[in-house]
Design a protein around this ligand. Structure first.
Ligand code: IPE
Ligand code: MG
Length: 252
């Protein structure tokens, strides 16, 4: 019973009502999220940007747990883009340290919720101790089956595609034999189905170099809610919205 998605939210709560509206047999298999608006959230509260990132980490934890309980199989979180290095060094350092601390603290979250962690992106530029910790978390959670979380770190979709092309060429695959599947198999997400739903918070109506190849048929959900305020309730609302859409994949 503890595992039932209804168990964690009391009857009468908004979350409980939303869960009642969700058809568990038609869940999106893969949800991708661009977590945006930490800085603006902090600014609104007269806080330092870094306080927004801390609150954002808490939102990420809550959404991850909710997704796992609900039965989402793949969750991809845009955590740090290849463009985010251009931020002030102090902020980049804070984000890297925060990730490291969270990996220390959240091992139990992965275990208790049976979540497998995977990093997607070029992790070569990440601080060595963070890289090591990420490797450990990937290794320790390898056998977890309930949900896979892809943390997009130093990720950029165009670069991912270039990397795929290079590895196809390096593998000596005959040009005539390369098809869409071949490309998909050489992306970081080779082991996941394409996202059914892409969420972006904070009112920005852009894709910003995230999963460009994979989102060809994804449903897009944009919300003005700033990421630190995007909690279980907002996530469930996005799922309800998704289920209200008709997906045709080019058919009539
Ligand atoms: C998202 O929030 C966090 C990261 C990109 C690491 P932002 O930091 O982009 O917040 P805004 O866009 O400045 O509000
Ligand atoms: Mg932003």
């Amino acid at each position: 019973m503890v595992d039932h998605p209804l168990a964690c939210f009391p009857p009468g709560s908004e979350e409980h009502t939303l869960i009642g509206r969700i058809d568990l047999r038609r869940l999106p298999v893969h949800v991708a999220i661009t977590m945006d608006g930490n800085g603006r959230w902090a600014k609104q509260k007269n806080l330092e940007r870094n306080a927004g990132h801390s609150a954002g980490a808490e939102a990420a934890r809550e959404v991850t747990e909710t997704a796992a309980r609900l039965g989402i199989r793949y969750l991809t979180l845009f955590t740090f883009s290849s463009e985010n290095w251009k931020r002030p060094a102090q902020e980049v350092r804070f984000l890297m340290d925060m990730l490291y601390e969270n990996l220390l603290k959240r091992q139990s979250l992965l275990k208790e919720n049976d979540i497998r962690l995977k990093v997607i992106g070029d992790n070569d530029r990440l601080p060595a101790r963070l890289r090591r910790k990420l490797g450990e978390a990937e290794e320790n959670s390898r056998a977890h089956r309930r949900m896979q979380v892809n943390l997009a770190l130093n990720y950029g979709a165009r670069r991912e595609i270039v990397r795929a092309v290079r590895s196809i060429v390096a593998a000596g695959i005959d040009a005539g034999k390369i098809d869409e599947e071949t490309v998909a198999r050489h992306l970081y997400t080779a082991d996941c189905p394409d996202p059914d739903l892409l969420i972006r918070t904070s009112g920005e109506l852009r894709v910003s170099n995230f999963l460009l190849y994979q989102i060809a048929y994804s449903e897009l959900y944009f919300t003005p809610t700033l990421w630190p305020d995007f909690r279980a309730r907002e996530f469930l609302q996005a799922i309800v919205d998704y289920q209200g859409r008709e997906r045709r994949f080019g058919k009539i």
